[in-house]
Design a protein around this ligand. Structure first.
Ligand code: ATP
Length: 303
């Protein structure tokens, strides 16, 4: 019995770890419930392009057939370019990211990567080409080393440290008594919002993806951390096809194109100056954010 139970015990442990990893992946997107599994088509191909163009062509989508969320969503991210999406909470921004990662299939229209319909590509090749820096990074109850390595489990120690350096978290990690072996997550060291985001950036750098999805944190970081993270992101965006889901307009100013969404439709599109000149929803959002920033600055000054 003893001989049999040891491997079974190990297998059980492995199963739990794998399941935990998958669960965490799903938690990245808040997808724990009712996710229907997307299947590879029998003739699915590998995605091979290194700088793919991404297109959403008249995409229709709803999580529930009775409630359509996206209507006629049509845009292109040029190879190596950046598109940013802004809009009120619940208008469908994160849904775009979930569809691009193919957690769901579209109900109408299509999404293409490098000219290929997403449904004709293997999920494994699509997911290995995409890295996501999510709103709220889920840390595993494991060492900080493992948490970065997760971006590319086959990476060497040098690669992990280089990614951490590029994400400006290496010095912080080195300053901890247990360095890279420090346990983090719910049962370990609690990292700040900015530190967690840097771990996510390090993971993404290690993965070296051709497509990057950045879902900006809704919770504001202090402006210094925000600027630092912004600069790191701009560096890793270079040469990668990038979709930015933005909650602060300061993040989107340098995007090639900004999409403004309202109730699952794109209602305005253009560069920052073009949208300001248009004097529509974007210009209004911009004025509001400027006012809020000025107010915050005055309050800070008065204190
Ligand atoms: P935020 O800025 O608050 O993150 P968002 O623009 O990213 O919002 P989405 O997360 O894309 O919005 O959600 C769009 C709509 O889809 C919302 O009305 C939401 O209630 C609904 N929705 C999101 N996820 C699911 C789901 N798993 N099942 C059913 N409805 C969902």
């Amino acid at each position: 019995l003893l001989q049999l139970s040891a491997p079974l015990f190990l297998l059980g442990m492995m199963y739990r770890e794998v399941k935990q990893a998958l669960t965490n992946m799903e938690r990245l997107f808040g997808l724990l419930d009712e996710r229907q599994d997307v299947q590879d088509s029998p003739d699915a191909r590998q995605l091979v392009t290194s700088q793919p163009q991404v297109r959403f062509e008249m995409v229709q989508f709803g999580y529930d057939p009775r409630r359509q969320i996206l209507h006629d969503v049509d845009f292109e991210i040029p190879a190596g370019g950046t598109v940013a999406v802004v809009g009120h909470s619940g208008c469908g921004k994160s849904t775009l990211a979930r569809l691009l990662y193919r957690f769901y299939d579209v109900d109408g229209g299509r999404i293409t990567i490098g000219g290929h319909d997403l449904r004709q590509l293997t999920q494994a090749s699509v997911r290995s080409a995409i890295a996501i820096v999510p709103q709220d990074t889920v840390l595993f109850n494991d060492s900080i080393y493992y948490n970065i390595l997760y971006g590319k489990p086959s990476a060497s120690r040098e690669d992990v440290e280089a990614a951490a350096r590029a994400a400006h978290i290496h010095d912080f990690v080195q300053s901890l008594p247990d360095g890279y072996e420090t346990p983090v997550g719910e049962r370990g060291l609690k990292l700040s919002g900015g530190e967690k985001q840097r771990v996510a950036i390090a993971r993404a750098i290690l993965k070296n993806p051709s497509i990057l999805i950045f879902d900006e944190a809704t919770s504001a970081l202090d402006s210094q951390s925000e600027r630092a993270i912004q600069a790191e992101l701009e560096r890793i965006q270079l040469g990668r096809t990038t979709l930015v889901i933005a909650h602060r307009l300061s993040t989107v100013m340098n995007a090639d194109q900004i999409l403004v969404m309202n109730d699952g439709r794109i209602v305005e599109r253009g560069s920052h100056p073009q949208l300001l000149a248009l004097g529509g929803q974007y210009a209004q959002m911009w004025r509001l954010q400027q006012q809020r920033a000025e107010q915050a600055a005055t309050e800070q000054h008065d204190r």
